[in-house]
Design a protein around this ligand. Structure first.
Ligand code: ADP
Ligand code: MG
Length: 290
């Protein structure tokens, strides 16, 4: 394994977000490439610790980016060493390709749902499923990353320090936006449903080529967003009326506003949209991602 941070050589910056800075690094002795995420420990100790705890817990799924070590970076930094996903995020891919085929989307949805099944089974709610947190490699694998907004259902039930507004509001489910139903969004069943909603927004974005809950080119401010998520007159459904009935139905099951009626991860894993393409090819239909 990798003992110390000085065994690593920084090659370039591959991501900069509110959570920290992500570097492409190489292990000096073996030349193996990794991603190193550096988060400011001192700024928000609770959330850095939670991200570290969760990353170390979710270490054995092929649908979740693997963390191979957590280091003290000195000067108030905490460092997570992770497998390097060489194609980048789904956000990067969408910037280049604009729209994806239903077959590619089906492969993405299947991987994300299997990742969510694994995470929810460990009582981990991701809390921030969106294109920039879904990473791809040249093998065509799609994995869930970034546990900076995640929480453990059992330990944080009713813990308001895990603030509801962590994570990106644009992909947030209606029940998480509603302060009066705040606790529902945190409970195990309700919270898991929130990740499914976010996946629905993501798959639709892959299909229409822009953030799908508002019109193309429309300014996305807080009020527009809030209205679209909580009261929108199915803007999203008109966007996919050219799609196959299976895809339209899949989107509808994810974007059901009432979380009790929304498709569960288990139900969606059996949905016809995930099974309509020939998946005998080795790359699961994600070949046009790489
Ligand atoms: P933040 O909390 O700042 O959003 P992320 O963990 O989402 O941090 O990482 C930010 C960006 O860095 C990602 O969107 C992605 O582009 C890149 N990135 C993160 N982890 C990896 C990785 N393991 N392999 C390749 N790129 C990565
Ligand atoms: Mg992120």
């Amino acid at each position: 394994g990798i003992g110390v941070l000085s065994d690593l050589k920084k090659l370039s910056v591959i991501g900069r977000g509110n959570g920290g800075t992500v570097y492409k690094v190489s292990h000096k002795q073996t030349s193996v490439i990794y991603a190193l995420k550096v988060v400011r420990f001192l700024e928000d100790m609770g959330s850095a610790m939670r991200e570290a705890e969760i990353l170390q817990r979710v270490d054995s799924s092929e649908y979740v980016v693997r963390c191979v070590g957590v280091f003290d970076g000195g000067v108030g930094d905490l460092c997570f060493l992770m497998e390097y996903m060489d194609v980048g995020s789904l956000h990067d891919i969408l910037c280049k390709k604009k729209r994806l085929s239903e077959q590619a989307i089906s492969g993405i949805a299947r991987s994300v749902l299997r990742g969510l099944q694994y995470l929810h089974g460990l009582e981990v709610i991701h809390g921030d499923i969106k294109p920039s947190n879904l990473l791809v490699n040249t093998r065509g694998e799609v994995k869930i990353a970034d546990f900076g907004a995640s929480w453990l259902v059992s330990s944080t039930c009713g813990d308001r320090s895990v603030d509801a507004c962590k994570g990106t509001c644009a992909y947030m489910s209606p029940e998480r936006m509603d302060p009066e139903r705040w606790d529902v969004g945190r409970r195990c069943d309700g919270a898991a449903a929130g990740d499914v909603w976010s996946l629905g927004v993501v798959v639709m974005e892959c299909y229409v080529g822009h953030f799908p809950l508002v019109g193309p080119g429309e300014k996305i401010d807080w009020v527009t967003l809030m209205c679209a998520i909580c009261f929108g007159e199915n803007v999203e459904m008109s966007a996919v009326k050219m799609a196959s009935p299976e895809f339209e139905s899949f989107c509808g099951r994810c974007l059901e506003r009432d979380w009790r009626k929304r498709g569960s991860v288990e139900e969606l894993l059996l949905h016809p949209f995930l099974h309509k393409f020939d998946m005998t090819s080795t790359n699961n239909g994600v070949e046009d991602l790489v």
